[in-house]
Design a protein around this ligand. Structure first.
Ligand code: G6P
Length: 607
């Protein structure tokens, strides 16, 4: 995720793009860049960190111009530094691009372009786009952009400008958001309306595969060589709502992004034909990973529950025994370093003190340290020997939702990687990959039921205690469901392994203590039904998360939320989505401060 702003018109663009970039900081804030385009001249400004820290530097430069492209970066490929901040340019510094998305085949394109003599100055995937446009440029920018995009596999919201044709901006979109604002003798481009609605409320939504050419008084939009006629829409939202993509809270926006997060985490990493995955960040330790005979997984909060799901995956499919610990516990127990073992740290922020302190300790002791994190260049990413990024984009709401889906998806990929190094057959690898590719679509199906889930949450809003139960892969999901509910709604919720109910928790079950039972049709379904019956026999209310087509369960429980059928190891990627929605709507019905729950912080940097 990144933020894009562009301007072409008759006014000076500096304050227009600066205020647009600030509005888009929720989409990325590790670095930013602004480029003004004139005939045979450009002015480029890039800085690392939040805009407020360096905006005065920018204003002091006194750059002026009425053609400008700008970008907020949320790093996915390449570290956080000025070289990697956008805009990127070609060898001759004539063509400038800003990009939001992922170029899946950038490595092969880059190698080819280097052989052809192109010189690269960043580590990003985006820079290949600038060089490809340079390669195909004859005398028309949009033609060169079209030709370059034919070579690219992946996603993009793209804005291109050139000092050779300073009277136009070329814009293209494929699966990354981009809108065009229509003003008075001016056009604006942005990742979302919040960046531009202080200037115009008239917008054109670009569709996938469309390319737009913007000139001061003219706009042309093409799809596959044909000119498209587009309607202008009038935005009637306020700025705050626009940032949240029309959702009331960032948490809901982030839950709605879960299918995309799953897709982005696997993008360009699947070697379908070989039933294998390609994880660039693990290449340096490939042989060491082949040798390991045990793994410890360490995380905090939601990331810890991702580790718990990872344990089931890795043990079942990669035949490696796995231990799981909270960062805050692992640190204080006796760490037994196994020569043939590894430690995998999971953290959205990569800055959680409890997790980082274990990492430092284990590094000093010489252990093989691995990481799964969302934030490129975070302390965890820098300190570990090797790792994989989740590419989930910035998560603003304190309660983690979409980042969990990114972590689970990467854990599936790591499981395939380790499994295929060991006993997993190619057929099994392919099977998991084929099913994983279906998950984003299945996840979207669950999100379509959000109104029904809201009704169920409202129905139970007077209750003050909840059990969440699950077994095997869905036991950690019960823990995550309970955590989410308690952290944002402040009601008491506990996750319990289904089989453990009868060993104590059942004593609390009565009419006023409902249970959410995660019981997809899998290897432990019958056992879960027995647990549900134990609860029903004591007059407890039950909401079931069950597999589509299971009509029988309606006869036993009070409410059902259905999820599609998938492989057992992948069910957590689906079963957690209704629980995130349930927690959200429950807290909303209690009018809680959902994005900023009391007493909690997003990144906990104290032990
Ligand atoms: C805090 C947040 C949680 C998060 C946990 C771990 O407690 O409120 O949402 O799961 O930290 O954060 P990390 O960045 O390490 O994943």
């Amino acid at each position: 995720m990144c933020g894009i702003v562009g301007y072409i018109g008759k006014q000076d663009a500096s304050n227009i793009v600066l205020s647009g970039l600030k509005r888009l900081e929720y989409r990325g804030y590790d670095s930013y860049g602004i480029c003004f385009i004139e005939k045979d001249k450009h002015h480029l400004f890039k800085r690392v960190g939040k805009i407020e820290k360096t905006e005065q530097d920018f204003l002091n430069k006194n750059f002026k111009g009425s053609v400008c492209i700008a970008h907020n970066r949320w790093a996915t490929t390449g570290l956080v530094n000025e070289e990697n901040a956008h805009p990127h340019c070609d060898c001759k510094e004539e063509i400038f691009v800003v990009h939001n998305g992922i170029v899946e085949n950038y490595k092969e394109l880059k190698e080819k372009l280097i052989k052809e003599g192109h010189k690269f100055s960043s580590e990003t995937d985006t820079e290949v786009i600038a060089h490809l446009i340079e390669k195909y440029y004859k005398d028309n920018l949009e033609n060169a952009v079209k030709r370059a995009l034919d070579d690219i596999r992946g996603t993009y919201g793209l804005v291109v400008a050139s000092v050779k044709e300073p009277d136009k901006i070329v814009v293209a979109r494929m699966s990354s958001p981009l809108i065009i604002g229509v003003g008075d003798n001016e056009f604006l481009v942005a990742s979302d309306p919040s960046a531009i609605i202080s200037r115009t409320r008239q917008i054109i939504n670009l569709d996938d595969g469309e390319i737009a050419v913007l000139e001061v008084n003219n706009i042309r939009i093409y799809k596959e060589e044909k000119e498209s006629k587009k309607d202008i829409q009038i935005i009637d939202w306020d700025i705050e709502l626009a940032e949240k993509d029309g959702h009331e809270h960032f948490m809901l926006k982030e839950i709605m992004e879960e299918p995309n997060v799953i897709e982005d985490a696997m993008r360009g990493r699947l070697l379908d034909d070989m039933g294998m995955v390609k994880l660039g960040g693990l290449e340096g330790v490939e042989n060491k990973l082949r040798e390991i005979n045990s793994l410890s997984l360490v995380g905090c909060g939601t990331a810890y529950y991702a580790c718990r799901v990872g344990k089931y995956m890795i043990e079942e499919y990669a035949d490696i025994p796995v231990e799981v610990d909270f960062g805050s516990e692992f640190r204080y127990k006796k760490p037994i370093i196994k020569k043939d073992g590894g430690i995998l740290f999971v953290s959205q922020s990569g800055e959680t003190a409890d997790t980082l302190s274990c990492l430092k300790e284990m590094k000093e002791k010489g252990a093989l340290t691995l990481g799964i994190t969302n934030v490129v260049g975070s302390s965890q990413a820098r300190e570990t020997d090797a790792g994989v990024y989740t590419r989930s984009g910035p998560e603003i709401s304190v309660a983690s939702t979409k980042a969990f889906l990114g972590q689970l998806t990467v854990l599936v990929l790591v499981t395939i990687y380790l499994g295929r190094q060991r006993n997993m057959s190619m057929v099994m690898g392919k099977r998991i990959i084929d099913e994983l590719k279906r998950i984003p679509e299945l996840a979207k199906k669950i999100l379509k039921q959000k109104e029904e889930i809201e009704k169920i949450a409202q129905k139970y809003k007077e209750y003050k205690n909840f059990w969440f139960i699950g077994r095997k892969y869905n036991y950690p999901i019960a823990l995550e469901g309970a955590l989410k509910l308690k952290e944002i709604s402040y009601v008491h919720a506990e996750g319990v392994a289904g089989g453990e109910l009868k060993h104590g928790p059942l004593a609390l079950v009565e009419e006023s203590f409902p249970t959410i039972a995660i019981c997809p049709s899998d290897s432990v379904y019958d056992k879960m039904i027995s647990n549900i019956e134990e609860i029903k026999a004591r007059k407890g209310l039950v909401i079931a998360i069950a597999t589509e087509g299971n009509e029988e369960i309606k006869k036993i429980v009070d409410d059902v939320i259905y999820i599609p059928k998938t492989l057992e190891m992948l069910t957590p990627l689906l079963s957690v989505i209704p629980l995130h929605l349930f927690a959200y709507y429950f807290a909303k019905s209690l009018k809680r401060d959902i994005d900023r729950p009391r007493n909690l912080a997003k990144s906990v940097t104290v032990e």
